[in-house]
Write a protein that binds this ligand. Sequence first.
Ligand code: GH3
Ligand code: MG
Ligand code: MG
Ligand code: MG
Length: 305
Amino acid sequence: MNLPLFSEVGSQTVLVVDDQPVNLKILGQALSKDYQVLLASSGEQALRMARDQLPDLILLDIIMKDMDGYQACRQLKSDPLTQNIPIIFSTAMDSVEDEVRGLEEGATDYITKPFNVALVLARVRNQLQLKKKTDLLERLVSLDGLTEIPNRRYFEQRLEEEWRRAERGEECLCLAMADIDAFKQFNDNYGHGAGDLCLQKVARCLSSNAQRSGDLVARYGGEEFAVLLPATDLDAGRLVVERLRQSVEDLAIPHRFSPVTDVVTLSVGLACIRVSLDMEKERLWKEADKQLYGAKQAGRNRVHT
Ligand code: GH3
Ligand code: MG
Ligand code: MG
Ligand code: MG
C-alpha cells in the first residue's frame, strides 16, 4: 500500500499549479533551491500529479480554464489520499471576499498576485514546517512503537475505508489474524528482550512479504498480527497468507521450547467475504478469529480458512 505517512523523510515536495508558464517558471526556480518541485499547468494535471506523487504542499492558481482552482481544491479535499495535503491559493483575485472564500474552501493560506517571491518562500516554508510536524504526529499515532509497522488503530481505520470501498463494488475482502505459536514459552525461556526482537523480525518479515499495493499488515496486539487483503478472493488470499506463514517459518528463529517444531511459527485464521450493503463488519473478525482458533486446535503452524 502506498502509505504517504510512512514514506521516508527526505526533502519536501511542492506542486505548483498555474496556467501561465511565466508563473510556473518564476515559482519553480525560486522553490527548487530548497524543495523538490512539480509543475502542473491545469487543474486536471494537478489532480493526477497530486495522487501519484503526494506532494507536501500545493500552490494552486484559481483562475484557470476548464477546471478552476476551487474545483481542484474541492476534489483534492474529497479524496482520502490527498485531503491532508495543505493548499495555498496563489491568485490575482485579491478582494477580501475572494480570500475568505479561498480559506473557506479549505486552503491553509492565500497569496495574491503579482507575488513577491520572498513572501511566497516565507509562507511556503511555514506551511512545510507545519506539515513535517503533522506527518510526524500522524506516524506516531499510526505505527506500533516496538515493531514500527502500522498499529491496531491504523489497521481499523484502513479496514473501515476498504470495507466501504468493497461495499460499493461488491468486492471480496480478506482478513487474516496471525498469532505466534507458543510465544509464552519463548519469552519464559529466552527472555523478554529476545521476545521483543523476535516480534520485530516477524513484523518485518510479514510486511515485506505482503507485496501487493493495498495489502496491509499491522501489529494488532501482543504477538498477534492482522493482515488485510483488499479485492482478494479466498483462493488468492490463501496463497498470500500461506506464503506469509512459510516466510516466518523460513526465518528459522530458534524456539527449542515450542511443541510445534524447533523454530518460531505462526498460526493463521483467514476469512474472506464478498461485501454487500447492510453486512456487518463484525462477521469478518468473527470468522478470522474462529479460523485462528481452528488452526491452533489442529496443531498450529498452519493456515485455516
Ligand atoms: P499459542 O500458541 O496458543 O498462541 O500460545 P502463546 O504462548 O503464544 O499464547 P499466550 O497468549 O499464552 O501468550 C502470549 C505471550 O505473548 C504472552 C505475552 O507475555 C507475550 N507478549 C505479548 N506482547 C509482548 C511484547 O510486546 N513483547 C514480548 N516480549 N512478549 C509479548
Ligand atoms: Mg491562472
Ligand atoms: Mg495470542
Ligand atoms: Mg500465541
